[in-house]
Design a protein around this ligand. Sequence first.
Ligand code: FES
Length: 318
Amino acid sequence: MKARPITTVKTVVTGIEAAGTGIKLLTLADPDRWELPPFKPGAHIDLHLPNGLVRTYSLCNEPADNTRYVIAVKREAEGRGGSRALHDEVGIGDVIGVSLPRGGLEPDARIGRYVFVAGGIGVTPFLSMARHLERAEQAEFTLHLIVREEVPLAAHLGALIERGRVVVHRTSRTGRPDLATLVGEGGSETLVGCCGPEGMTDDFERVTAAWPAANVHIERFVAPPPVIDPDAKPFTLSLARSGTEIQVRAGQTMLAALQEGGIDIATSCCGGICGACKVGWLEGQPVHRDRILSPYERERYLMVCVAGSDTERLVLDL
Ligand code: FES
């Protein structure tokens, strides 16, 4: 059996703080208080929970402060169990393995204006971006936070709200704001981002459909239902580093075939939205079905949990 090395970092829970109704902020640190692997503003980490679940969260703290990882967890009673475990079972001193941070805001000197739109707890990836951009003073930015009434992470957003960098829209008082008005004119010098419930991210996608793809960043909470391709054909995965060949049956996911073949792949959402299962591809023609890779990234990477193949043979960088 050949295994792909999975890199996790051992952390301990050093802080738990209430941050709004049903929301906890967890602070994770190296057991010996060494610096943790660096990250970009708004990057994500996968938490490998003691009960075996793997869940992805945005880092809320600033990259300048990499002695800790701070995440906000909203308890979803009807969710898949990760947030319940973090709320109900995890305490100070518990050990949690985390992945290396991935994603986040790439520095780009061409961008002069950032507009972020967040729904409720969807504010988390933008919190560290907002703090970072405010500190960097290189570009204009506004974070529009759309909530029914209560502002999540209020203690951490208060100063940004006072300075007008975060604008709160309470739908209980003013109804839903018009997303097109919030983002304004598109252009290569403007980067817009959205994270929130499905209806909001779908609307945002429609509003920015004509924008350059590289200037639109959308994060989803929930993976869309899996795509069933009735015309799917079997294909062969060729693993370039090991020389192994793995058959993918018609309708089977690459992830399932790789796992059957004894290849360990990090996963979290299993629906193409979190980025955990990203693998490089070298030859062939993948069918991308994820909602996270940019067009540029798709030329080199695919997400094995949802991608298919248009060719009989696909060579992966594994
Ligand atoms: S496991 Fe989340 S994108 Fe594949």
